[in-house]
Design a protein around this ligand. Sequence first.
Ligand SMILES: [Zn+2]
Length: 105
Amino acid sequence: MRRVTRGEIEWTLLPPLKDLLPYRFENGASFKGFRAECDSCGTYIELPQVHGNITPLAGNRCVVNARGRCPDCGTLCEYLYLLSAEGEMSAQRLDEFEDPPRPNA
Ligand SMILES: [Zn+2]
């Protein structure tokens, strides 16, 4: 029997991201989800396998904090995005920096 990791338990406890979609911004723009790919093997992770939260921010922005479970290799991938619906919809991945830049460093 496969060992269940702490990360998998945490993933199970998070709500499916699809239950939160489409997400509506204050200005009426909507976010319908993103294409998740495994960080380890590149396999497409279907939306029902992505769990997480959406935290609204002021100024038509929100933070998407999601985890996807790869159907192929079982890797849990973290997706942390800052979405902005001001003007053009844009998404900035927040977890791709090893050392995040610090202000006034
Ligand atoms: Zn994978």
